[in-house]
Design a protein around this ligand. Structure first.
Ligand SMILES: O=C1O[C@H](COP(=O)(O)O)[C@@H](O)[C@H](O)[C@H]1O
Length: 249
């Protein structure tokens, strides 16, 4: 793993840099292998990034017909629910872009049979990536909660030790409690991971993860230390406040 940490004065400058990074990785992937596979996060932090990607001057810099969009986790609610990760991304970004509907691969998390929903999403991943193994995303964009959770992998869950299945249903201590989530193997296989983390409530978890304290059971975001690809952490000054002193980006 190669890791880069950059600190920004506010979430606007962090989001602008994240948009430039997504565009560069998309352009490189499309030149290299003709497509860009991107997994989105939920929560509030990436909202501004997604809205920037759908706005000038950024939107025209990616050939959106060559982009496949997935989600690294989803809440088990209907897709039009205010807590739906898909709904947030669709409203601020996907509905405004010339991206074919067939390229938007939503987690079917509203299905009553959550195990079947997880299996059908894993099958969709394998179909689109054309592999029976672990799909290698060009970019997985992630967030992190104050207790170190990432995607919907929370501390001390059995899902943190999953090595075979790509997607699992989980029950988590944050509402809405029922979720579908990517598992460690798919996160760790990605070419690039981009964490966006803002806010003082996350400062202790940022320190623990980046200063190698605790285990992935304590701080699930530490799983990415075993990632094959490059990991970029974009932090605001509040989230970075407990790190040893370093200069801002
Ligand atoms: O519940 C979730 O939380 C994390 C972090 O969200 P944020 O609001 O603190 O940015 C998010 O990355 C994950 O996708 C989401 O389902």
């Amino acid at each position: 793993m190669q890791q880069r940490i950059a600190i920004y004065p506010d979430s606007e400058s962090l989001s602008q840099e994240a948009a430039r990074l997504v565009i560069r990785l998309a352009q490189e992937a499309i030149v290299t292998h003709g497509r860009f596979t991107l997994a989105l996060a939920g929560g509030s932090t990436p909202r501004r990034l997604y809205s920037l990607l759908a706005s000038d001057p950024y939107r025209g810099q990616i050939d959106w017909t060559r982009v496949d969009i997935f989600w690294s986790d989803e809440r088990c609610v209907p897709p039009d629910h205010p807590e739906s990760n898909y709904r947030m991304a669709y409203e601020v970004m996907l509905s405004k872009l010339p991206i074919p509907a067939a390229n938007i691969h939503r987690m079917p998390a509203e299905q009553a049979d959550r195990q079947a929903a997880a299996e059908s999403y894993a099958a969709e991943l394998r179909r689109v990536f054309g592999t029976a193994g672990v799909p290698v995303f060009d970019l997985i964009q992630l967030g992190m909660g104050p207790e170190g959770h990432t995607a919907s992998l929370f501390p001390h869950q059995a899902a943190l030790h999953e090595r075979e299945r790509l997607v699992l249903p989980v029950s988590v201590p944050k509402p809405p409690p029922e979720r579908l989530t990517f598992t460690p193997p798919i996160l760790q296989a990605a070419r690039h991971i981009l964490f966006l983390v803002t806010g003082s409530d996350k400062a202790e978890a940022v320190r623990a993860v980046l200063e190698d304290q605790g285990s992935p059971d304590d701080y699930p975001a530490r799983l990415v230390h075993a990632a094959a690809g490059e990991v970029a952490w974009l932090l605001d000054t509040a989230a970075a406040a407990a790190l040893p002193r370093r200069s801002t980006a």
